[in-house]
Design a protein around this ligand. Structure first.
Ligand code: TYM
Length: 334
């Protein structure tokens, strides 16, 4: 508990172009609930290098992502927005937690299995221990709440297991975090293959809406979205394409699935797809405009980067010193 508020941590990888899934599953919820918490939002660039990156491109994407956090509505005066690689505590705690995590646990992680299948020529140790770094991110700040999409739940469960294991040995060191999953949009699927999640790394650009897509592109992608031959806007597992479009519509408009079914009762898929596209444009356009303004303000963004990294380091050192003492590292001499 800091300043009488519970603590919230979340992060996003600076890899690929951010999608509507990242926005509706995570970023939008961050903004909605941030006022109720002491918050830390990290651009997790250390996670990104588990897959080979072009250095200049990674730097550029990291800055874009950090700027997007602010454009989405997170005020950096109130929310600690920073680059993971600027705060040394993440790597330091990750090492310690590695020694409290089992190989068997890590081999069961579905993201590891997926990514190692995709990058068979580079199954590095970092890819394997990635969830431990994620646990360190969260536990460093004693986070009570971690808003994520459903795909991160397995990593969050592991974080909880590691925290509980550590606490059982050394006493109450870590807060055991809870996931926060939004009411709508927690798992946005590909527009082309509704059985697959919408992903930054999808090879088919028509499957994903990117946060920087212009309105025409967004509408065109929704018009092309894969549906079915039922010709009925109904929220059910048998119609995965339509179900996904309803999820997107609800997450953008705040309506429920039942209200949406009623609104489009008797109307064709063409009308519905257009309405979903327009709802998405009305959510993304203001974000894109704010992003364009902020990107031109280099000094302001530089100030955020510097000031918030120092703040994050200060908070994480508190946990780190405690953990280092618990595991038996010698005291520092001042
Ligand atoms: P990442 O960068 O893949 O995704 C960032 C956030 O977006 C959510 N998300 C989605 N939500 C709904 N539908 C989708 N199709 C979709 N795709 C992505 C993710 O669930 C996530 O919340 N390992 C994390 C980053 C991370 C992290 C952390 C998160 C590192 N340390 C500590 C929370 C706390 C990741 O790769 O997310």
């Amino acid at each position: 508990m800091l300043d009488g508020k519970k603590t919230l941590f979340s992060g996003m990888q600076a890899t690929g172009n951010l999608t509507l899934g990242n926005y509706l599953g995570a970023l939008k919820n961050w903004v909605n609930i941030s006022d109720d918490y002491q918050t830390f939002f990290s651009v997790v660039d250390m996670h990104s290098i588990t897959v080979r990156q072009d250095p200049a491109e990674l730097r550029k994407r990291a800055r874009t992502l950090l700027t997007l956090y602010i454009a989405a509505g997170l005020d950096p005066e109130k929310n600690c927005i920073y680059y993971q690689s600027h705060v040394t505590g993440h790597a330091e705690l990750a090492w310690i937690l590695n020694c409290f995590t089992y190989m068997g646990e890590l081999s069961r992680m579905t993201q590891f299995k997926d990514k190692s299948a995709k990058h068979a020529d580079n199954i590095n140790a970092g890819l394997f221990t990635y969830p431990v770094l994620m646990a360190a991110d969260i536990l460093l700040y004693q986070a009570d709440v971690v808003p994520v999409g459903i795909d991160q739940m397995q990593h969050l469960e592991l974080t909880r297991d590691i925290a509980i294991r550590f606490n059982n040995i050394y006493g109450d060191v870590f807060t055991v975090p809870e996931a926060y999953i939004g009411k709508a949009g927690a798992k946005i699927m590909s527009l082309q293959e509704p059985s697959k999640k919408m992903s930054k790394s999808d090879e088919n650009p028509n499957g994903s809406i990117y946060l920087m897509d212009d309105p025409d592109t967004i509408i065109r992608k929704f018009k092309r979205a894969v549906t079915d031959s039922e010709a009925c806007v109904r929220y059910c597992d048998e119609q995965p394409g339509i179900k996904n479009l309803i999820d997107i519509y609800c997450a953008c408009t705040g309506k429920t699935a039942a209200e949406t079914e009623k609104e489009f009762d008797g109307k064709g898929y063409g009308d519905f797809k257009l309405a979903v596209g327009e709802a998405v444009v009305s959510v993304l356009k203001p974000l894109q405009d704010r992003f364009a303004d902020l990107s031109g303000n280099k000094d302001y963004i530089d100030g955020v980067i510097k000031g918030n990294a120092e703040k994050a380091q200060y908070f994480c050192n508190k946990t780190l010193r405690k953990v280092q003492k618990k595991v038996g590292f010698p005291e520092r001499i001042r």
